[in-house]
Design a binder for this molecule. Structure first.
Ligand code: MF3
Ligand code: CO
Length: 249
């Protein structure tokens, strides 16, 4: 079942989205060589509480943390750890979800550690970030989920990178994961038609090498099979009568 949200509900989701943005900003501000991913987790947990929200990920299928922190070849769902110290030249995806007054929001960014990452990694971050913008531009009444996925895929592949197929974006609202699934690949004009009030969490996961993923023995961390680096960005976006409304901006 697809749940369309009223204007009042979108307002609540916007409030939730603003909090997730502030939490991510706080975590990103700490990213530096020598900082552990658990340092980011602690800062995020404190910020969520300060802002009066609840974490969406902690306890979800027994996930242990408020953030996912995925470094280098890790695609998504990396678990923060005291032992994982960021190094200059790394990239780290920080993914956070919160719930406020029953409404969920979910967003992710990937950033460089230190001021010098390789030109190839810089391009990976830029292309992944831009592929999300391409997808967001398709979030309009009458377009389809296939239009969204095709927009990501075309942008990514045109720049020589690949999209991960094993994980997809999702609807979001009073639950973290709602229908529909939102793949980062597809055919324009195919799939479910977008209607006013639908909210999509769009989350391109892009690899610099082959797109295949596998999950580590911790049962969470998804890594590239070939060890190539991966980037991930995510926004929650509402379908409106006008422009796409980015709830996690
Ligand atoms: N953004 C991710 C997702 O939508 C994060 C989920 S982590 C989990 O699946 F722990 F909550 F599963
Ligand atoms: Co998500």
């Amino acid at each position: 079942m697809i749940v369309c949200k009223s204007a009042a509900e979108l307002e609540k989701m916007r409030a939730s989205g603003r909090i997730v943005r502030q939490v991510l900003d706080a975590a990103v501000a700490l990213v530096a060589p020598g900082v552990s991913t658990m340092d980011l987790e602690r800062a995020a947990e404190k910020k969520i509480e300060e802002l009066g929200a609840k974490p969406a990920f902690k306890g979800y299928y027994d996930y242990p943390c408020v953030l996912c922190t995925s470094v280098n070849n890790e695609i998504i769902h990396g678990i923060p750890s005291e032992k994982r110290r960021l190094q200059a030249g790394d990239i780290v995806s920080i993914d956070c979800g919160v719930v406020l007054e029953g409404y969920y929001s979910d967003s992710a960014v990937t950033v460089a550690v230190g001021s010098e990452i390789s030109p190839e990694l810089k391009k990976l971050l830029e292309v992944t970030r831009a592929s999300l913008d391409c997808a967001i531009a398709k979030v309009r009444i009458g377009n389809t989920v296939g239009d969204v996925g095709a927009a990501v895929q075309q942008h990514v592949e045109a720049h020589g990178f690949n999209v991960v197929r094993e994980f997809v974006g999702h609807g979001i609202g009073t639950r973290l994961h709602e229908e529909p699934q939102v793949p980062n690949y597809g055919t324009a004009g195919h799939g479910m038609r977008l209607r006013e009030g639908m909210v999509l969490a769009i989350e391109p996961m892009v690899t610099a090498g082959k797109p295949q993923a596998r999950v580590l023995d911790d049962k969470w961390t998804a890594v590239t099979e070939d060890g190539s680096y991966s980037a991930h960005f995510e926004h929650c976006v509402a379908v409106t009568r006008g422009e796409p409304l980015i709830l996690t901006a």
